[in-house]
Design a protein around this ligand. Structure first.
Ligand code: SAM
Ligand code: SF4
Length: 423
């Protein structure tokens, strides 16, 4: 599918004409990843964050928010619950929190791997290279880091630089930029993580061209996991104030942050990346609690992430208001999701639900299948990921020495069609 066809689907609004897209996505899902819906238990381990993302309620500047950080024992307790429910994966997510130290997190991962059979997914933001290395060595399996938008200017406008005091500390040497985030994704792949990324849909100022390019970038990055969801306004963020003006500038090209648009992006992601694990996200359920999750599953998704965060913390992990299932206990979520999955003729997945590339031996992508290659970078003869970065990224600072950005950028070559448009 080329850019023109992607754009045609994104701009199609007639229900009847969208039916073939839903059918094609559902068939691709069945063929490539089957009827199982994998459940990943989500634990929101800290809402501390040093970043100032203009869209997110956890941003450092939101001073009215009460902050929490879970203890290792609390996290382990949630993971035991995931095992009891039969889940194969636990996802540990947080704001970008230096209080989650490299060694502390490595201990948590080691304990999880020693005490449970769970796959461990981390979603802790942009961390130093040594942290990512350490957590992988401790046994972490996967890492999620959305690139949010492939439009470099839009990315920069919603990821303001960190305060000067923070930038002086080595931890925070990275100035936010799209190229830096993509470099971290590449580094994660090199380290042997399954990598996940994604975007928000309908960011004020995001055009149809941007979104089509996002979808193409999913394919170029050859992602194992793709998470997409609608942008939802949080009143205590800069985008709540600037949103209308930005949308006015984009005019008819502005992508709506709507439920139908989210289904279209899920369906197109499935067709472009048939083997990826794609969740029907909480943000979608927030827009349509009655049927959002099911319709996501019927239009390309194969994963759901039930929330295992203890209730007192869950209400404080407010990235946007009125998140779905904010007050349901993990037991209630579990029973509800099982019923919903069965109601659409699907089955709850058994086991870890690894990316097909890891199950069948790591490869550099469907077109270069090479069975039996282990997912570790030190392995001789390892196949390079199918994307790389130019030596300098758009003139932007590449981070302090030793960060994922500075290392990943050095020596890269712009060898992917269309890549230069992004970086
Ligand atoms: N701090 C980590 C990071 O940024 O990668 C992980 C946690 S962050 C809350 C996870 C995701 O939430 C982000 O990648 C972003 O796409 C999404 N998010 C944040 N604010 C949002 C909003 N207002 N509407 C929809 N999604 C949002
Ligand atoms: Fe922090 Fe992540 Fe929210 Fe940005 S999106 S403010 S890094 S929690």
């Amino acid at each position: 599918m080329d850019r023109k066809q992607i754009l045609q689907w994104l701009r199609e609004n007639e229900d009847r004409r969208l039916e073939p897209l839903w059918r094609q996505a559902d068939a691709a899902r069945r063929r490539s990843v089957g009827d199982e819906v994998h459940l990943r238990g989500l634990v929101e381990i800290s809402n501390h964050c040093v970043r100032e993302c203009a869209y997110c309620g956890l941003r450092a500047g939101h001073r009215q928010l009460n902050r929490y950080r879970m203890s290792a024992d609390e996290i382990l307790q949630c993971a035991r619950q995931a095992v009891a429910f039969g889940y194969g994966t636990v996802v540990l997510q947080s704001g970008e929190d230096p209080g989650l130290t490299a060694e502390g997190m490595a201990d948590v991962v080691r304990r999880l791997k020693a005490e449970t059979p769970l796959a461990v997914t981390l979603s802790l933001g942009e961390r130093r290279d040594e942290d990512l290395v350490r957590w992988r060595a401790a046994g972490a399996d996967r890492y999620l880091l959305r690139f949010e938008t492939s439009n470099r200017e839009l990315y920069a406008s919603i990821h303001p630089p960190l305060g000067a005091a923070l930038e002086r500390r080595p931890w925070h040497g990275l100035r936010p930029c799209l190229g830096g985030r993509l470099a971290i994704l590449r580094r994660l792949r090199e380290l042997g993580y399954e990598i996940g990324s994604g975007v928000m849909i309908g960011i004020p100022g995001q055009t149809y061209d941007d979104l089509a390019r996002d979808l193409e970038l999913f394919r170029e990055l050859d992602l194992d996991m793709i998470g997409v969801g609608p942008f939802i306004v949080h009143p205590a963020t800069p985008l709540a104030e600037e949103g209308a003006a930005r949308c006015a500038v984009a005019g008819a090209d502005q992508v709506p942050a709507s439920e139908p648009m989210t289904y279209k992006v899920i369906a197109l992601a499935r067709i472009l990346c048939p083997q990826a694990n794609i969740p029907s996200t909480t943000a979608l359920a927030t827009l349509n609690l009655a049927r959002g999750r099911e319709q996501g599953l019927e239009r390309g998704a194969n994963v759901i992430m039930p929330n295992l965060t203890p209730l007192p913390y869950r209400v404080l992990y407010e990235i946007y208001p009125a998140k779905a299932c904010l007050r349901e206990t993990p037991q209630m979520c579990h029973a509800c999701l099982q019923t919903r999955i069965e109601s659409i003729g699907r089955t709850v997945g058994v086991g870890r639900g690894d990316s097909p590339r890891y199950r069948g031996g790591w490869t550099a992508g469907p077109s270069r299948a090479k069975k039996g290659t282990a997912p570790f970078p030190q392995q001789p003869g390892r196949v390079q990921p199918p994307f790389s970065l130019p030596r300098a990224i758009g003139g932007e600072p590449s981070g302090h020495p030793g960060t994922a950005t500075s290392r990943a950028v050095a020596g890269g070559t712009p060898d992917v069609p269309g890549w230069k448009e992004v970086v």
